[in-house]
Unconditional design. Structure first.
Length: 459
């Protein structure tokens, strides 16, 4: 059976790739488990990752074009993604260079005298990584490079819509000298993925995707398996009346419509102080109306398609429902084609509307007025999801007040909610996730400490 990889823009078939039979999963796990018994030295792992960087740097345009073709991300952003991935590999090397155990004090009493104690880091075991479509190269780097760096054999299942970027990265590792059992790509159906994830030979489960699937799989993990889950949110932005429009609007346009809003920390709910709302809406809607939507492989496209036509259907339905309940479409609000939806701003949608309560994951941003900062904070905190948030104000006291009260794992001051560098902690709260992402933090998760206590007459 083959998996047909389609362009999300024109729905043409890019490539047909073979899927693994579910019966092959046991062999994948057996090879990965055997690799644990024949570990690669730290020096060898660093050598492989350094070679991977050099190979990736020589193929940036091709890697970016694959992202644009299979994932629909505009080429200008796909180029940024590849370079982020390369820096992520470098970050894994740098983290490995500094990862070390610690000395545990001894000789503090009679019981601990004559002893030396220290800890070492060991691979946690076989890693199974299930990834998402929206950053099909960089997310794979985030899940696979830490495993390679820490010496964990990894089996990675990419999103069914974007397997080619994953294959590209796995091929780079192999070309750089990584033995095949240390990184295997699993193109399997949902049943096969669940069998893979829930096997007792797995040591760590890394998941990026929907909350429903992530929490379901976590509930079925074998005893002792650690995991990290990265789900979505409905990122809030609070704009105070003293925020300058010239520094406010550009980052909110980028944060709201980057990759057609298909980002887990995409700007979704903007709460603007009422005294600024009219002028903000004029400037924001003008900037959004200038965005060019279309073919992601074109160098001047800023907003591409949604990943599947059914996602366009869903976004269109949610927008129509919101307008029917009283929201005003300031711009957009219409389907442009079978695969593209116009960048849309909704003013004052009902607080119970889907666009106000669920992750839109599409090119739609909602704007709400408020009178007091505490009111805006309470509305921002009202959902069962919490990831990244932001506040715009020139008043440091107001900004820090909001920062302290916002229920978010990260708060950006005077920047959009989707800001990220790959060495910072990245985590969802409440139903938005479990554990902390970011390459150094993932590497910590993929290792376990072992305590060594030496008793000696010479001490």
């Amino acid at each position: 059976m083959n998996l047909e990889v389609q362009s999300p823009y024109d729905l043409s078939v890019i490539e047909s790739i073979p899927m693994a039979e579910n019966s092959e999963i046991d062999g994948m796990l057996e090879r990965a488990t055997a690799a644990l018994r024949d570990p690669l030295s730290k020096a060898k792992r660093i050598e492989i990752l350094e070679k991977t960087i050099e190979l990736a740097k020589s193929k940036v345009p091709d890697l970016a074009m694959t992202i644009a073709r299979e994932g629909g991300k505009p080429l200008q952003d796909a180029l940024v993604e590849v370079n982020r991935g390369i820096e992520g590999i470098r970050n894994a090397i740098e983290t490995l260079n500094t990862m070390a155990g610690r000395e545990i004090p001894m000789g503090l009493n009679a019981a601990s005298s004559g002893r030396l104690a220290f800890t070492t880091h060991e691979p946690i075991g076989v890693v199974v990584a299930v990834s998402a479509f929206n950053h099909p190269f960089n997310l794979i780097v985030h899940q696979v490079a830490p495993a390679v760096a820490t010496g964990c054999p990894v089996i990675v299942k990419p999103a069914a819509t974007t397997p080619l970027s994953c294959r590209n990265f796995v091929d780079l590792l192999r070309e750089a000298g990584l033995p095949e059992p240390y990184c295997q790509m699993a193109i399997v159906d949902n049943e096969g993925a669940e069998a893979l994830v829930t096997d007792s030979r797995v040591g760590f489960f890394s998941f990026i995707g929907s909350s429903r699937v992530g929490w379901h799989l976590r509930s079925k993990l074998a005893p002792g398996v650690r995991c990290a889950l990265e789900h979505g949110g409905a990122a809030p932005v609070i704009v105070a009346s003293d925020a300058p429009l010239e520094t406010l609007v550009p980052p909110l346009v980028k944060g709201g419509f980057y990759h057609a809003g298909q980002v887990c920390v995409s700007v979704q709910r903007i709460f603007v102080e009422n005294s600024l709302k009219d002028s903000f809406m004029e400037a924001f809607s003008h900037a959004v109306g200038e965005l060019k939507t279309g073919d992601p492989t074109s160098s001047d496209t800023e907003v591409g398609p949604l990943i599947l036509p059914r996602e366009v259907d869903r976004v269109g339905l949610w927008v129509s429902e919101a307008i029917g309940a009283g929201a005003k479409a300031i711009c957009g609000g219409a389907r442009l084609s079978e695969t593209c939806y116009a960048p849309t701003i909704l003013l004052e949608p009902d607080s119970a509307a889907n666009v106000s309560t669920h992750e839109i994951f599409g090119p739609v941003v909602c704007v709400y007025g408020y009178d007091s900062m505490n009111e805006a904070i309470d509305r921002a905190n009202a959902l069962p999801v919490a990831f990244q948030a932001s506040v715009f104000s020139q008043d440091i006291d107001r900004a820090l007040h909001a920062t302290r009260r916002l229920d978010a794992a990260a708060v950006m001051i005077n920047d959009h909610t989707a800001f990220r560098v790959d060495w910072m902690p990245f985590a969802g709260r409440k139903s938005s996730g479990l554990g902390t992402g970011g390459i150094p933090y993932t590497m910590e998760d993929m290792t376990q400490e072992k305590l060594v206590v030496l008793k000696s007459k010479g001490l």
